[in-house]
Write a protein that binds this ligand. Structure first.
Ligand SMILES: [Zn+2]
Length: 279
């Protein structure tokens, strides 16, 4: 699979330089803050702060694990100039600018989806909005789960028929970009949890996405599964990496059986494919 010219795994080291003559320079306990992952639009990165420090991104204090790890993600059209703010245990504040890579997105034409899912009847709008609210709420989950630190595994393996970020034209009409990776596998194929987590949404039949599930992996990282024919776990249930959570289907706005797999950091839509080493 094309990786958009982005290296698979990269480490960015943001240097901290002790300011000569500053009283605080003496109290710095750390020389570097590391960020591991894809420093690109759609990428997820995991960082590490020294003991007692706090980290902020876009004005938001990020939760830390007991080991000082944190996670953040960059949206499809995220500005390339980024910055983190670190507050050390001493109280010293550091602004840490860095740059992420720009992605190129393609155009994808999809013919033959049910017409009612391209131009929904106004009478369905209430249902569509209510369902969007349920998904949003599930993705707002802020837990201390640690599944996001695992190496993610493919929920199903098969030909990739849709990638993250592509502009979509359904039955000739432009619609929102695609935010997941589509994997075409036969109806009824078991979908496996890519990492440990807790099910925060399990809905049998949503208007656009049909059988839909959201799994929380902690610290705002969650994955979604769309168009499922059957759900095998319930909302609130713990799942382990590799556990079957549902079956592939073609429910909702789909032309055939496939899994649409998505990755979010809270509401920010990321590219799950960037987490996969063999894609
Ligand atoms: Zn999809």
């Amino acid at each position: 699979m094309k990786k958009f010219g982005v290296a698979l795994l990269r480490t960015l080291l943001i240097g901290f330089y002790a300011l000569t003559g500053s009283v605080w320079a003496q109290s710095l306990t750390l020389q570097d803050l590391s960020l591991q992952g894809e420093l690109t639009q759609g990428g997820m990165v995991i960082g590490h702060v020294p003991s007692g420090a706090e980290i902020y991104y876009a004005g938001r204090r990020l939760p830390l694990t007991d080991q000082g790890e944190f996670v953040l993600g960059f949206g499809r059209d995220e500005p390339l100039q980024q910055s983190l703010k670190l507050i050390l245990a001493s109280g010293e504040q550091k602004s840490l600018p860095f740059t992420i890579e720009k992605r190129e997105y393609n155009l994808q034409r999809i013919e033959g989806v049910p017409a009612r899912t391209v131009n929904p009847d106004p009478k369905h709008l209430k249902r569509i909005q209510a369902e969007a609210g349920e998904v949003k709420q599930a993705r707002d989950t802020d837990s201390g789960l640690l599944g996001f630190l695992q190496r993610f595994e493919w929920p199903v393996k098969g030909p990739i028929t849709g990638v993250y970020g592509s502009q979509r034209i359904y039955n000739g009409e432009p619609r929102r970009p695609h935010f997941g990776v589509d994997i075409a596998v036969p109806e009824g194929t078991e979908i496996l949890a890519p990492a440990d987590g807790v099910v925060t949404l399990a809905h049998k039949d949503m208007f656009f996405s049909g059988g839909t599930m959201v799994i929380d992996h902690g610290h705002g990282i969650n994955t979604s599964y769309l168009h499922m024919s059957k759900l095998l776990v319930k909302s609130g249930q713990k799942v382990k990496q590799g556990q079957a959570i549902g079956l592939v289907g073609a429910t909702g706005r789909a032309t055939g059986p496939h899994l649409c797999w998505r990755l979010n950091w809270y509401q920010e839509r990321l590219d799950p494919q960037l987490l996969m080493p063999d894609s």
